[in-house]
Design a protein around this ligand. Structure first.
Ligand SMILES: [Zn+2]
Length: 102
């Protein structure tokens, strides 16, 4: 007898609930070009209930030596920090496998 998942009612080996939950928690890093050719690094998918966004933004700004703001549950950093932002997030306590740099 296989165990049944209490969330979806499927046998545990067919259950994808955990996978879905993990994918929901993925942190996305993208860059965006705005007016005057300015580049921004946008960080999305951070759980604003668990994370103090202002604190995290401050940490990232220090680490990357750039300006930035928290806007609508996203962190926007000035400049293109694609290469370094992953390390900065990891040192802020995020798991490497949850960070997706696009
Ligand atoms: Zn399930």
């Amino acid at each position: 007898m296989s165990e049944i998942c209490s969330t979806c009612g499927l046998p545990k080996e067919l259950c994808v609930c955990e996978t879905i939950a993990k994918e929901d928690q993925l942190i996305g890093v993208t860059t965006e070009k705005r007016k005057f050719g300015k580049q921004y690094t946008i960080i999305t998918g951070i759980d604003t209930k668990d994370i103090d966004m202002d604190q995290l933004c401050k940490k990232l700004k220090n680490k990357l030596a750039c300006g930035g703001t928290v806007k609508g549950g996203k962190i926007e950093l000035q400049g293109n920090h694609k290469q370094k932002v992953r390390d900065a997030l990891i040192s802020a306590g995020f798991a490497p496998e949850t960070i997706v740099v696009r």
